[in-house]
Design a protein around this ligand. Structure first.
Ligand code: GLA
Length: 386
């Protein structure tokens, strides 16, 4: 669908939903801004993120089936031109029993994307988490044989990729296979234990055979740490040398206002660019807390307000990373945020259940934060927006 038609549709949705205008514009002042969804019906529609970044890369968001209705749906259509199903395509949710697929939730997201002309990123085909119980077991409950696990992986990938071939333009084929332990390359997952390192090559080949036109990504976290980046580089270089059909690297980008530095970010992008790979930022959020991996209980120090230095620091961080993303135009082929707004981010539950976090560009009332203005305020931004 043509861009302007989509904007008109988004504006129409906002009128139907009766979203009130809060005044303000995307271009003016600090503080919360109008969602950009209301409009008088006569004024030119305000651009959204996808319009500001039209000449750079698609801007996407991870969604679940609740997000594609009501005010969040209106926000998605206003701001983004790509969606990633947050959980519904993962092996556990989509393939709960060996002979049973649960396609309905994904179908609804894909239908929403198709209706509104949004791109769809597929996420993901092979991961060690959110796997179904049956996957690694044989009929007697013991460990499944290598040949059986490989054929399960092949059938799963073939079924899911073929089904969404017309709608999904790229896939995170393998997620998080690199170990966090610097003394080893690959994570000790059941995939590695049962199949060996070749499970990665196989997953890419199965995906490629199911849809030769799809872009295929390896996706991981903590990619900006030089030590982990080096090991990911080793893996991806090997894939390229063996002729495995990989398009690029997905940098998850679950970052915080404390990391990465601009230098770290640029070095990481240079490293993967040097392999001739495309780079997507696949799961962007910027926690206001330092990064922690392990779950723990809520403490009094966790109750902070999003204001003053906290807000300023996040705003400056967002400004920095998007400047870098723009500098890598042509190399970065997509930027996707992980969740729609601070209202419902996974970081409100992880790693500390109940710790309110503020990692996105929209606050809990779905209003644009100052960080939004910081990423859209650049020369040429929105110049060609409808
Ligand atoms: C990883 C996965 C995502 C998601 C996030 C947490 O980054 O790739 O699918 O589960 O963790 O929400």
């Amino acid at each position: 669908m043509h861009l302007s038609a989509r904007v008109i549709m988004a504006t129409g949705i906002s009128l139907v939903l009766g979203l009130a205008s809060c005044g303000g514009s995307a271009q003016s002042g600090k503080g919360r801004q109008d969602s950009g969804l209301s409009g008088s019906g006569l004024a030119a529609p305000q651009p959204g993120l996808k319009d500001y970044y039209k000449d750079y890369f698609p801007v996407g968001v991870a969604v679940n089936s609740r997000n594609i209705k009501g005010p969040e749906a209106a926000l998605i259509l206003k701001e983004y031109n790509s969606v990633t199903p947050e959980n519904d395509m993962k092996m556990g949710p989509v393939h709960p029993a060996a002979d049973q697929y649960n396609f309905a939730p994904v179908d609804s997201i894909v239908a929403f994307a198709r209706r509104h002309g949004l791109k769809v990123r597929g996420h993901n085909l092979c991961w060690h988490e959110q796997t179904p119980d049956w996957l690694f077991k044989d009929a007697g409950g013991g460990e499944v044989a290598k040949s059986v696990l490989l054929s399960r992986l092949r059938d799963h990938i073939r079924t899911v990729v073929s089904r969404y071939k017309k709608d999904v333009y790229c896939w995170d084929v393998v997620n998080e296979a690199i170990s966090d332990d610097s003394t080893e390359l690959l994570r000790k997952s059941p995939w590695l234990k049962i199949i060996g390192p070749s499970f990665i090559d196989s997953a890419f080949w199965y995906a490629h055979r199911a849809d030769p036109k799809a872009e295929l990504y390896y996706n991981d976290y903590n990619v900006v740490f030089p030590e982990k980046a080096k090991r990911i580089y080793t893996l991806l270089k090997g894939l390229k040398q063996r002729g495995v059909p990989i398009t690029g690297i997905g940098i998850q980008a679950h970052w915080s206002v404390y990391q990465p530095t601009e230098q770290q970010l640029r070095s990481t992008l240079d490293l993967f660019k040097s392999l001739g790979l495309k780079i997507q930022i696949t799961e962007l959020d910027v926690s206001v807390f330092p990064w922690e991996k392990n779950k723990r209980a809520l403490l009094p120090k966790d109750q902070i307000r999003y204001q003053g230095q906290v807000e300023d620091r996040q705003t400056a961080f967002y400004k920095m990373i998007f400047k870098v993303f723009r500098d890598y135009k042509g190399v970065i082929s997509g930027v996707t945020f992980w969740n729609v707004s601070d209202r419902d981010t996974w970081l409100n539950y992880y790693p500390v259940e109940g710790r309110k976090n503020y990692p996105l560009l929209f606050d809990s009332a779905l209003k644009r934060k100052p960080a939004y203005q910081a990423v859209t305020d650049f020369k040429g931004a929105g110049a060609t927006a409808p």
